[in-house]
Design a protein around this ligand. Structure first.
Ligand code: SF4
Ligand code: FES
Length: 257
């Protein structure tokens, strides 16, 4: 099939971007969206032109780097699907496809479709880990974990940190991402010791990075390629409330400022 692509081109973070139109000819329905872009880029390079810059790594739906908005939908709008797993059979011959980067202030565009998502790294660095030396792998049954807790932790751990939730939210809220990380570790005994400090620090890092508030529109859940549930945001709010209360009830250090 033959397609018309309108692609956001932007030289660097300082430059003004614009849409540029390309023709993609003889696209196979079995190609992934990224393979289609690879073919377009080969043609651009053969003509001595700058290829379209986009991120990708695993191309298996697990690394979260293939971030782009296709026809106004983060990851293209196919339920539970990353761009690298989106196939051209979901488009039709003669279609015009609009391709642009995530649009959110905390994710500045670096070039074309590539955005800087280091803000997510800073949130993880603020508390998205368990800070104990765990040594070698323990026996699977050494620490009994209820099946429901294990399943909940696995559901939350499915988040691949792609940022589609932020890109789809009118407030550029990162609550779905942060809540998945907070809930994942709070569900497991290894993560409970640091749960208050974790949620307070991660929410602070989220606010410091300039992400907006959640107004429960659900647009994040609708585009999430790992179908992370809004329930995790409710859980994070409970975790946060408890941590604030516990901190306010804790004995304050004596002495002047
Ligand atoms: S919650 Fe979903 S959309 Fe948001 S970063 Fe995680 S996987 Fe991506
Ligand atoms: S390239 Fe890794 S999730 Fe798409």
């Amino acid at each position: 099939m033959n397609l018309t692509l309108k692609v956001w081109r932007q030289k660097d973070a300082q430059s003004q971007g614009r849409f540029v139109t390309y023709q993609a000819a003889n696209v196979l329905t079995d190609m992934s969206f990224l393979e289609m872009l690879d073919v377009v880029n080969e043609e651009l390079m053969a003509q001595g032109q700058d290829p379209i810059a986009f991120d990708s790594d695993c191309r298996e739906g697990i690394c979260g780097t293939c971030s782009m908005v296709i026809n106004g939908k983060a990851h293209g709008g196919l339920a539970g699907t990353t761009v690298c797993q989106l196939h051209m059979r979901h488009f039709h011959d003669g279609q015009t496809i609009l391709i642009e980067p995530w649009r959110a202030r905390p994710f500045p565009v670096l070039k074309d479709l590539i955005t800087d998502r280091a803000a997510f790294d800073r949130i993880i660095q603020a508390g998205g880990f368990v800070s104990v030396n765990t040594g070698g792998a323990p026996d699977g049954n050494a620490l009994p974990i209820p099946k429901t807790a294990a399943e909940k932790a696995m559901d939350a751990a499915a988040c691949i940190g792609c940022g589609a939730c932020v890109a789809a939210c009118k407030n550029a809220s990162a609550m779905l991402f942060v809540s998945a990380k907070v809930s994942h570790l709070a569900a497991l005994p290894q993560g409970r010791a640091e749960r208050e400090r974790r949620v307070l620090n991660m929410v602070k890092a989220m606010d410091d990075a300039g992400f907006g508030n959640c107004t429960v529109t659900g647009s994040c859940e609708a585009v999430c390629p790992k179908e992370i549930s809004l329930d995790f945001i409710a859980q994070m709010n409970r975790e946060y409330g408890k941590a604030i209360l516990k901190n306010s009830l804790a004995p304050q250090p004596k002495g002047g400022a």
